[in-house]
Design a protein around this ligand. Structure first.
Ligand SMILES: NC(=O)c1ccc[n+]([C@@H]2O[C@H](COP(=O)([O-])OP(=O)(O)OC[C@H]3O[C@@H](n4cnc5c(N)ncnc54)[C@H](OP(=O)(O)O)[C@@H]3O)[C@@H](O)[C@H]2O)c1
Length: 311
């Protein structure tokens, strides 16, 4: 980039937005972070980022945030949203608005966080939307890069699974928990986001990103129990019940309905594994976080946390 970059990160407070902002600040880059609840990003403000309130469903707030911006990272989503923030309004319309407003504002480069599962024939609408937005980004006229990561460890390994093992010695799995999935640390994905935002020339237009390990949800729970040295009680919500919950929830909470539908699908509905981590490490000269190292860090952090977080 010829001029000093000024980066807008949409989804500043998220699992990906947060480490990306820290990495950009460490490189001396001017960063503006946008999310609906800026109080959740107070630490980023303290670290030197400009944090603004904004909403992908409010074009005026997006236009304000884009003032003077040269590069954008789109790292927000609303998989579980409802009402004004239902996925269609944020992940589809909201992102079309963001891309259009960025082009109109003269943004040089747009980096979109899609997902490895994005495809037009996915059984889940969220991933079909991701695919559709990839096409909008690619035909926007801006220089672009699309990140296609697997499931983030911070959410899918820890928040949705391991945390319950640490707090209660329990794993509550939807279905048998036997599907092999790939997990990647969002902190690692942030490194690729920084390359996509700053490298000159653009290092890739699209990149599939995953971690070194594929594992099942049942294996993840067992790993937490082993490293935390505590007994584990595993319960299973049958897939048929999850499907029923999905149907019942649809009129009231499309996000919960979507998640339950996704989790109720059979193991062979679509592939969630990834085998390209060694190639990513070689190409970018980095070390990707191993699943066991990530879990070990969570177990240690939990054992040092005060109060009711301790199991
Ligand atoms: N999580 C995964 O496993 C995974 C896997 C593959 C790809 N991805 C993609 O990676 C990106 C980042 O995901 P993440 O897991 O880091 O997200 P996250 O931790 O769930 O955080 C979501 C972020 O989006 C913001 N946000 C939500 N609705 C918004 C709206 N209407 N307007 C503006 N900001 C809004 C949230 O802040 P406020 O609530 O304050 O608005 C928050 O900063 C997303 O595009 C996601 O689809 C995620």
């Amino acid at each position: 980039m010829k001029n000093s970059p000024r980066v807008l990160v949409v989804g500043a407070s998220g699992a990906l937005g947060r480490p990306t902002i820290h990495a950009l600040l460490e490189r001396g880059v001017a960063v503006r972070g946008l999310c609906r609840h800026p109080q959740a990003a107070a630490d980023l403000r303290a670290a030197g980022a400009e944090i603004v309130a904004g909403d992908l469903t409010d074009r005026a707030s997006i236009e304000r945030a884009l003032t003077g911006v040269t590069q954008v990272l789109a790292a927000a989503h609303s998989l579980l949203g409802r009402g004004r923030w239902r996925s269609e309004a944020v992940d589809d319309t909201g992102h079309r608005t963001l891309i259009d407003a960025a082009r109109a504002a003269g943004v040089h480069r747009f980096v979109y966080t899609s997902a490895l599962l994005a495809s037009p024939d996915q059984p889940t609408d969220f991933f079909r939307t991701k695919h559709a937005i990839e096409q909008v980004v690619a035909t926007s006229g801006m220089a672009f890069a699309i990140l296609r990561p697997t499931a983030f460890m911070e959410h899918h390994v820890h928040n949705f699974n391991g945390l319950n093992v640490l707090r209660k010695g329990q794993a509550k799995l939807v279905g048998p928990g036997t599907k092999r999935r790939n997990f990647v640390a969002a902190a690692d994905v942030a490194q690729f986001a920084v390359h996509a935002l700053l490298d000159d020339p653009l290092p890739f237009s699209q990149l599939d990103i995953g971690g070194p390990d594929n594992a099942t949800n049942a294996e993840v729970a067992a790993l937490y129990a082993r490293l935390a040295r505590r007994p584990l009680k595993v319960s299973h919500l049958p897939a048929g019940v999850a499907r029923m919950v999905s149907g019942l929830a649809r009129p009231f909470h499309p996000g919960v309905a979507r998640l339950m539908h996704l989790l109720s699908l059979p193991d062979d509905a679509f592939d969630e594994t990834f085998s390209g981590a060694a190639e990513l490490e070689r190409r970018f000269g980095i070390r990707l976080t191993r699943l066991e190292a990530f879990v070990d860090a969570q177990v240690r952090a939990h054992s040092q946390a005060p109060g009711p977080r301790q199991g």
